[in-house]
Every structure is written in structure tokens, then in C-alpha cells.
Design a protein around this ligand. Structure first.
Ligand code: GLN
Length: 475
């Protein structure tokens, strides 16, 4: 019985809970057992919340007995460890926040709790979300559950691994330049970065505030839409949260006739041939179902990677200034002037990638270099937004790989720039604030390949409509 509860989708489990085939406490216990048997091999989690989860599961059972519980009532989940949880550590996988226990909860987490979902743990990540492999965690790397010599992707590698390994049916990650979509691709999951402003950032530890979005990692497209419905919508604590997503049933009718899909070619693209072939096959399958395919090249995207790394690092250098040894986080020593405290604290407790980004961002914003770097990057981002807007006037959505390769082995990318180049396909949607989803579309040597679909801002539903068809083709 217990094994039947593992690696199932949310809708199947919710139906079982409503029918009383099993209780929420049984469901949570089955997942706690799974975590106990898998964690030693994969290290997906930084914190486990067993006791909290069992208490919450008992409450969910009481609510389920009442008969009108929401879909997520009693369903276990994991949060990336940059999403604040009142009374539960939130470390950002950084030594700087190793002892931080937030006095409040993120809005997205509060909404899951209101729906009765049950937090089982906090997922490992690249420190402060900077990275694409989870190798930048200050604590330990997370292993890809499909092949332990490979990375799970990043920066939401822990949450993705927890779902892929059957530790929970869903997780929330955050995505600034691909951190939900790329780990979803590497772990064979559905990962959604909603339109900027769909999920409140209140309680999400800031990396680059103009790009950061929370979103779901799930086994199925329908599950993903259900979780996004629960967490989306305006929030008095975050003025940028202004869209509401509601998963209407007709999204999953399978009808995509007449939808125009642009097969997006990138300047400077060196994608693996197996990945490229899987994307072409996906486009062909959509055409068979009545979509119209056309080739699209957007020249403005050639500047997307440098613009993203300059803008995100500039914002990070400002956002991370609060870790000064006084107001937040750890403090190195107690002697010296405030300036000395600032410098020793930051060089002691920030890892190398975080320090690199702060240096890059501070340089890009400094008086003598602002025009050459920050303002040029802003202009490039504006050209990218315009190019997307012009495209979406004639084409409903765009299709491309999520990443140029499948999951790569640990320590393959020791040069930071080699790591950055892997983000080629995911950063444009972040700079434009548009929704983008990744889901499996085939395999190469047994490892999953992810296809990414993008649409105009507010068209998150269209992504689910197309994704549901791709999912069915590969079922
Ligand atoms: N890999 C990208 C980076 O390192 C994106 C990270 C993210 O989306 N948080 O910045």
C-alpha cells in the first residue's frame, strides 16, 4: 500500500484522499519513509520537517472528513530553501544564513498552507540561487536521481530532485534566469516560470527582484496548473504581483488547432544533435494535431546572456548589501570598524560564485562603468522585449530547447562562463517577463530532454494547453 502512494501525481493522490482509500497521515508517513530511504544517496533536502508535517497531516484529515477540502489538502511538498517559512530554517544554501529562522512566511507558502498542503522539507539549491547545477550549495551538492554521477540542474536542484525521486508529489522553486525550467529538464519534470507578477515575491529571498518568480515543479502538466492556481494572484505585500492564474478545465481538451508555434532559432546556438532532434519531433507532433509551425529567428536574443548576467548581478549586488554582519545573517568576529566587519563577514560567509556576482554587479553599476555595462544591458533587454512583442503579434508561442544538453556530470563545468552559456535558452523569457514552461520531450542515452515553450505575458494558460498535448504524445 505505502509504495502505491509514491511517485504518483497530485490528482490521483487527492482522489484517493477524498475517497478515504488512505489518510493524509498515511500519505505523509509514506513520503517520510521515502525521504529516509533516498536522502543518503541524493541529498535533495537541507531541512526535513517531519514533526510539523505529521501535525499538519492530522489537521488535513480532519478537514477531509468534513468533505469539502481543496485539491491540495493533505498533499506533501518541498520548498526551495530561499522561500521563507516561519519558525523553520531558511538558509539559501549559504553559510551566511545557516542559522536564520524567519519570523514570517512567504505568501506562496502561506497559500499552500491555507489549502492544507503539507510541508515535508526545504530543498537544496545553488547559494542564493546563483548557478545551474546545485554545485554552488555551501553545504553539499544534490545528485540527479536518474544518474548519480550527474547534476540535477540548478539552482532549484533540490526541489526538482525531491519530486523526481518520489520524495514528494510537487515542489516550489524560484526562477530568475532558468532555475525552475532547467532542473525540470534535467530531472524529467514539468517546471513553470509564470508571467512576472503572477506569484507574490513576498518572503522569497531576493536575488534579482525584477526577474525573480516562484513557480511549481510537478510530475504532470495538470498538477502544475493546479499548484500555480493555488499560489497565484495579487498580494498586498508585493505590488508587482498583479496577475491571477486560474486553471480552467478546457485547457486540457487537447485542442490546439490553429495555434501558431514559432520554432525558435538562436544566434550562436550549439545545441546537441539529440536535443535538437527531439525539439523538431515535438514541433512535428504539434503540427499533426493542427498547430501551424513556422521558423523564427529573433536577432535581439544574441545579447540575452550578457545582458542577463550584468542586470541580475547588478541587482544582486544591491540586494545582498543587507548581509553586512549587523542587520542580517552571520557575523565574523566582533572587533574593528563597521567597514572591517562588513568585509570580513562577507568574505568569510559568502561562497566564491556569490562573491563573483557581487563584484561583477558592483563594477557594472560603478560611476565610471555604468553607461558601458548597466545601461547597455538595459537597452539590450528592451530590444529583447520589443522583439518578443513583435513576434507575439503574429505567432502565439515559441518552442526551443530548455537547455543545450541533457544533465551533465559533476565538475564538468569548472569555468564559470561555460556554466553561464548553458542558460542561453532560459534567460530571454526572464528578461522579457513572459511565461515559459519546460517539460520532457524524449530522452538521450536514457536522460530526459526538456522542451521549452514561451508565450506573451499573461498567456500562461496557452503554455499548459500545448504542454498537455506534448505530454500526451510522450505518455
Ligand atoms: N543559472 C542562472 C544564474 O546562475 C539562473 C539562476 C536562477 O534562475 N536563479 O544566474
Amino acid at each position: 500500500m505505502m509504495n502505491e502512494l509514491i511517485s504518483r501525481d497530485i490528482h490521483t493522490l487527492a482522489a484517493g484522499l477524498q475517497r478515504k482509500d488512505f489518510s493524509a497521515v498515511e500519505l505523509v508517513r509514506a513520503h517520510i519513509d521515502r525521504i529516509r530511504s533516498r536522502e543518503a544517496d541524493i541529498s535533495a533536502l537541507i531541512t526535513q520537517t517531519e514533526e510539523h508535517a505529521l501535525a499538519r497531516a492530522a489537521e488535513a484529515d480532519a478537514r477531509l472528513a468534513g468533505g469539502d477540502a481543496p485539491l491540495l489538502c493533505g498533499i506533501p511538498f518541498v520548498l526551495k530553501d530561499n522561500i521563507c517559512t516561519e519558525g523553520i530554517p531558511t538558509t539559501c544554501a549559504s553559510r551566511m544564513l545557516a542559522d536564520y529562522i524567519p519570523p514570517y512566511s512567504a505568501t506562496a507558502y502561506a497559500r499552500l498552507q491555507e489549502a492544507g498542503a503539507v510541508l515535508l522539507g526545504k530543498g537544496n539549491m545553488d547559494e542564493f540561487s546563483m548557478g545551474s547545477s546545485t554545485e554552488n550549495s555551501a553545504f553539499y551538492p544534490t545528485r540527479n536521481p536518474l544518474d548519480p554521477i550527474r547534476v540535477p540542474g540548478g539552482s532549484s536542484g533540490g526541489p526538482a530532485t525531491a519530486v523526481a525521486a518520489g520524495e514528494v508529489p510537487f515542489a516550489l522553486g524560484s526562477d530568475t534566469g532558468g532555475s525552475i525550467r532547467q532542473p525540470a529538464a534535467f530531472c524529467g519534470l514539468v517546471g513553470m516560470k509564470p508571467t512576472y507578477g503572477t506569484v507574490s515575491r513576498h518572503g522569497l529571498v531576493a536575488f534579482a527582484s525584477s526577474l525573480d518568480q516562484i513557480g511549481p515543479l510537478t510530475r504532470t502538466v495538470r498538477d502544475n496548473a493546479a499548484v500555480l492556481s493555488c499560489i497565484s494572484g495579487p498580494d498586498g505585500q508585493d505590488d508587482t504581483a498583479r496577475y491571477t492564474f486560474a486553471a480552467a478545465e478546457d485547457l486540457f481538451s487537447g485542442d490546439i488547432r490553429g495555434i501558431t508555434v514559432g520554432l525558435l532559432r538562436f544566434p550562436g546556438d550549439e545545441t546537441d544533435s539529440a536535443v535538437r532532434a527531439a525539439i523538431e519531433d515535438t514541433a512535428a507532433a504539434l503540427a499533426e494535431r493542427g498547430a501551424q509551425i513556422r521558423e523564427v529567428t529573433l536577432l535581439a536574443l544574441k545579447d540575452a546572456l550578457p545582458a542577463y548576467y550584468i542586470l541580475s548581478s547588478a541587482e544582486a549586488s544591491a540586494n545582498l548589501a543587507r548581509y553586512d554582519g549587523v542587520r542580517y545573517g552571520a557575523r565574523a568576529g566582533s572587533a574593528g570598524t563597521p567597514d572591517e566587519l562588513f568585509c570580513t563577514t562577507r568574505s568569510t560567509y559568502f561562497g566564491p560564485e556569490v562573491r563573483r556576482r557581487i563584484l561583477l554587479g558592483t563594477y557594472a553599476l560603478s560611476a565610471g562603468h555604468r553607461d558601458a555595462f548597466y545601461l547597455r544591458a538595459q537597452n539590450a533587454a528592451r530590444r529583447i522585449r520589443t522583439a518578443f512583442a513583435e513576434n507575439f503579434a503574429v505567432c502565439d508561442c515559441l518552442l526551443c530547447p530548455t537547455a543545450p544538453t541533457v544533465a551533465f556530470p559533476f565538475r564538468e563545468k569548472t569555468d564559470p562562463v561555460a556554466m553561464y552559456l548553458g542558460d542561453l535558452f532560459t534567460v530571454p523569457a526572464s528578461l522579457a517577463g513572459i511565461p515559459a514552461i519546460s517539460l520532457p520531450c524524449g530522452t538521450s542515452d536514457g536522460l530526459p530532454i526538456g522542451v521549452q515553450i514561451m508565450a506573451a505575458a499573461g498567456n500562461d494558460g496557452l503554455l499548459y494547453r500545448l504542454a498537455a498535448v506534448i505530454e500526451e504524445v510522450h505518455a
